[in-house]
Design a protein around this ligand. Structure first.
Ligand code: FES
Ligand code: FES
Length: 156
């Protein structure tokens, strides 16, 4: 089927089987390889994107669901509120090691702080429950998220 949607602010048209996952479509058909695939069953958050203002797992959204929708990936994340400061906070805290989880974590935190810029530590941890990191034990990611929150607060 032919699917038309908006990717990072640009109109795209792709031909794909209806049950092709958005994560696969992004990586294999649209050269948007910043979105990662880990489990492909909605458990790890590596494929997190923002779809019409909601953070969703790209591996669980199928092509037939995309018509007319707006998708933001890590490549276009800076268009979302506070995104550069989220990335800056995570970098300051050396939040990641291998970085495979990083795009998904960034998308989750950008969505969180867009909806709740003053999210507390428990709220941040709750938001990140869908993002698995195999390297860090999460402490550095949490420190980075708190640093991002401080930067966002200072910029307001
Ligand atoms: S690849 Fe989508 S949640 Fe793991
Ligand atoms: S930094 Fe390696 S999976 Fe998170």
């Amino acid at each position: 089927m032919t699917i038309r949607f908006t990717l990072n602010g640009a109109a795209v048209t792709v031909d794909a089987a209806p049950d092709t996952s958005l994560a696969h479509l992004l990586r294999e058909d649209l050269s948007a390889t910043g979105t990662k695939i880990g489990c492909a069953i909605g458990r790890c958050g590596a494929c997190m994107v923002v779809l019409d203002g909601q953070a969703v797992n790209g591996c669980l959204v199928m092509a037939f669901q995309l018509e007319g929708r707006a998708v933001t990936t890590i490549e276009g994340v800076d268009a979302l509120p506070h995104a550069p400061l989220v990335k800056q906070g995570l970098a300051q805290a050396n939040a990641f090691q291998c970085g495979y989880c990083a795009p998904g974590v960034v998308m989750t935190l950008v969505h969180l702080f867009a909806t709740d810029p003053e999210a507390d530590e428990d709220g941040i941890a709750a938001a990140l429950t869908g993002n698995i990191c195999r390297c860090t034990g999460y402490h550095s990611i949490l420190r980075g998220a708190l640093a991002a929150r401080t930067l966002i607060k200072a910029a307001r």
